[in-house]
Design a protein around this ligand. Sequence first.
Ligand SMILES: Cc1cc2nc3c(=O)[nH]c(=O)nc-3n(C[C@H](O)[C@H](O)[C@H](O)COP(=O)(O)O)c2cc1C
Length: 183
Amino acid sequence: MVLISTMSGSGVKNAAPWSNITPILRPFDDIVLSSWIKRDTLINIRTTKEFVINVPTAGMAEPVMICSKNYPPEVDEFEKAGLRRPSRKVKPPGIEGCLARAECILTEEIKREKYSLVIGTVVHLEVDDGFFNEAGEMDYERAMPLSVMLGEKGLWFTRPVYAGRYADYSEMFLRKEDRTAAE
Ligand SMILES: Cc1cc2nc3c(=O)[nH]c(=O)nc-3n(C[C@H](O)[C@H](O)[C@H](O)COP(=O)(O)O)c2cc1C
């Protein structure tokens, strides 16, 4: 899960937790998120065409829940949750303490009656080096990214642990030459 930061047309900062968000294939250039119509986040993205995807750590469940409250649009949720970190290429600030921040611009909105799919392009990506190994892979034991499982009456905040199996990408291909062809 992530925290999405946005800004209203009049400059009020907003942050909201988001589960339904994914990169569109690799590399991590285009992303898609789904939003219910009644979200300040969606209105802000439509208005300013900018947003930041922040990847929180396991210790951040409390600020995440503060941002999940349905404050009216004029309330600065960065102040409520004590968050802030200036962005490089977009106006909405990123969130300090997160292990990665992707600054994005809106490229397309696919509207449905009750929800919208928002497609964005990452214009600047920042990662906290302390959470990544020499190969550039996330050290999930150190980073402890926050994840969430939806229960019957509430949310179970969780974090990934190693399941005891490493798989080389080449295992996905029956023939060696297919690997090169697919890259
Ligand atoms: C863990 C978590 C994940 C969420 N994921 C989504 C989501 O994918 N799409 C969505 O529309 N709302 C999602 N929400 C709800 C919004 O975060 C929540 O309604 C928030 O108040 C919206 O704030 P906003 O109106 O300032 O945008 C999620 C909430 C939580 C706690």
